[in-house]
Write a protein that binds this ligand. Structure first.
Ligand SMILES: *[C@@H]1O[C@H](CO)[C@@H](O)[C@H](O)[C@H]1NC(C)=O
Ligand SMILES: *[C@@H]1O[C@H](CO)[C@@H](O)[C@H](O)[C@H]1NC(C)=O
Ligand SMILES: *[C@@H]1O[C@H](CO)[C@@H](O)[C@H](O)[C@H]1NC(C)=O
Ligand SMILES: *[C@@H]1O[C@H](CO)[C@@H](O)[C@H](O)[C@H]1NC(C)=O
Ligand SMILES: *[C@@H]1O[C@H](CO)[C@@H](O)[C@H](O)[C@H]1NC(C)=O
Length: 410
């Protein structure tokens, strides 16, 4: 090794250390996530993701309170979701909540699991309304004790209690871990102006060491358990490999209203799929969605054809053998989805209306052209391969490889 290369690797090492997040005692602050499937409504995996994309774009303008135009389909159409068991009240009643980085109100009361009031329940005087890509909820806002883990208990957390909700029958509500500003306008008469999220309260009261969340999803297939985990106040070093690299929240609207980042994408060594542009990282989206022009470039590069049975792209075994890496460049760091990581898990083909021997891809069409300020969504298909960190304090998103980045689980 030359002195110069030694020096530069030491420099990189030093930079990496600076970029490292707070790593905390995982036994204190992690909450396991349970995977849920719903494959009964096949064919609409892509449709669900596209509806959510449209809603996220339009919601950024109305900041939560304004109903979306013409988009009101069930969020439960989503094929794969992760839920957390969260306690409310004292003693707590536990609710299975959908974990959502794309919204920020936490609420309970759907799916026939009614709010059990205890001495800690205090009505705030507000009503609350939030619309989602699919569905909405309307209800009453309360302060109550929220228990994430025995060590993470939040007194007086503002939560919604649904009087009415559409499309949340399989869950008991939502754990909203998006940016706080998404709660603006959700309350009426609005005694709080914005709602302090679970993460805000944990940080502001000194319960967690850093103003950030780490999320891990294990890739799913028919045989793997598909575990997930959310960590408040840091990143769980047992769940990622190498170092976490950060990128600032993009300043391009509407991606900037969410966990938005700048990113470019290429296929293989040099085929440009998407020039540097803004989009979001989102736990509420199953696929990786690309603006139509970028999606078309990916289809041509891979030779894939649209499959009517699944609405996903389909490739032949020969095209799969020739499939190259899909390379995401984020703040100068390369994150590569291997050929296997670009596939829908083959063991789950028939569950989405596909044929057992076929090969489907997890890159979908966003449904609009690039240049609209939200040109991609890195959903589960991405987050199952890279650990993600949502850092409110420094307004940045962190990513790292995991033991599953290169796994051939699909
Ligand atoms: C982490 O927390 C657990 C449970 O509170 C404790 O037993 C353990 O000693 C802690 N580990 C470290 C390294 O602090
Ligand atoms: C699955 O989704 C369909 C269509 O939205 C819904 O009717 C059904 O209740 C869901 N089933 C389960 C078990 O989640
Ligand atoms: C993101 O890209 C836009 C457009 O190229 C640029 O203006 C901005 O500085 C980039 N970085 C952030 C953090 O927004
Ligand atoms: C689509 O589904 C039908 C009915 O199951 C099947 O006969 C057909 O072969 C499928 N098409 C493809 C391209 O897989
Ligand atoms: C599913 O994933 C596991 C690892 O998580 C792997 O061992 C197994 O072979 C995969 N199953 C299929 C059918 O691909």
């Amino acid at each position: 090794m030359t002195l110069l290369s030694l020096l530069s690797s030491l420099l990189l090492l030093a930079l990496g250390v600076v970029a490292n997040p707070v790593v905390i005692n995982r036994s204190l602050v992690t909450l396991p996530l349970a995977k849920k499937y719903n494959f009964t409504s096949i064919n609409n995996l892509l449709e669900h993701d596209q509806a959510r994309a449209r809603a996220l774009k339009s919601r950024a303008f109305g900041k939560g309170g304004v109903p979306d135009t013409g988009i009101n389909e069930p969020i439960t159409d989503q094929a794969v979701t992760y839920t957390a068991s969260v306690g409310v009240g004292s003693p707590p009643t536990y609710y299975d909540l959908l974990v959502d980085t794309g919204s920020s109100n936490t609420w309970i009361g759907s799916g026939n699991k009614k709010y059990v009031k205890t001495s800690t329940s205090v009505q705030t005087g507000d009503s609350v309304y939030v619309s989602y890509g699919k569905g909405y909820f309307y209800g009453t806002e309360f302060y109550d004790t929220v228990t994430l883990t025995p060590q993470l208990v939040i007194q007086g957390q503002s939560i919604g209690v649904a009087l009415e909700s559409d499309a949340f029958d399989n869950y008991n509500g939502i754990l909203g871990i998006g940016p706080t500003d998404l709660t603006i306008g959700t309350l009426n008469p609005d005694t709080q102006s914005s709602v302090s999220t679970v993460t805000d309260n944990l940080h502001n009261r000194g319960t967690i060491p850093a103003y950030e969340i780490g999320i891990f999803f294990q890739p799913i297939n028919a045989t793997s358990p598909g575990n997930g985990e959310i960590t408040w106040g840091g990143a769980d070093s047992s769940k990622y490999t190498g170092q976490i690299k950060f990128t600032p929240i993009t300043n391009i609207f509407p991606a900037s209203a969410y966990w938005g980042i700048n990113q470019s994408i290429r296929y293989g060594v040099s085929t440009v799929i998407l020039q540097s542009t803004a989009g979001i990282v989102d736990t509420g989206t199953t696929l990786i969605l690309l603006a139509t022009d970028a999606f078309n470039r990916y289809s041509s590069a891979t030779g894939a054809v649209p499959d009517d049975n699944t609405s996903l792209l389909r490739i032949t075994p020969a095209q799969f053998s020739a499939l190259q890496g899909l390379v995401f460049t984020i703040n100068g760091v390369l994150y590569t989805l291997t050929p296997n990581a670009q596939l829908w898990p083959r063991s789950l083909n028939t569950q989405i209306g596909g044929t057992a021997g076929s090969i489907y891809l997890i890159v979908g069409d966003l449904g609009s052209a690039s240049g609209e300020g939200l040109d991609f969504i890195n959903g589960y298909a991405f987050l199952e391969r890279f650990y993600s960190v949502y850092d409110t304090a420094n307004q940045q998103v962190g990513l790292a490889t995991t033991p599953y980045t290169l796994a051939t689980t699909n």
